[in-house]
Design a binder for this molecule. Structure first.
Ligand code: SF4
Ligand code: SF4
Length: 84
């Protein structure tokens, strides 16, 4: 194994089934689709998302992208497929 291969192997995170873990960092939330259900807020382990009123409607807003760990739980639980 070459040195570069080893460095790559060390940085590769695998899922329990052995497939590579591909992080997801939300680019944004489609406020037209968002119903303000709050599911993404509940599951985010880093408190990156809050519900805020925008144009008289409660919607999810990413308030702390710096703390995002890319686990993708927000997108997974969103019933409206609002994450981009
Ligand atoms: S990817 Fe994870 S840490 Fe990042 S905003 Fe979504 S739930 Fe929070
Ligand atoms: S889970 Fe989806 S629909 Fe519900 S608040 Fe979050 S972005 Fe909006």
């Amino acid at each position: 194994m070459k040195e570069g291969d080893f460095a790559e192997k060390k940085s590769l995170i695998l899922c329990q089934d052995g497939s590579p873990f591909i992080p997801y960092y939300p680019a944004g939330i489609n406020t037209d689709k968002c119903t303000g259900c709050g599911e993404c807020v509940k599951v985010c382990p880093q408190n990156c998302i809050e519900l805020k009123e925008q144009n008289g409607k409660l919607v999810a807003v990413i308030v702390d992208m710096e703390s995002c760990i890319g686990d993708g739980m927000c997108r997974l639980v969103c019933p409206e497929d609002a994450f981009t």
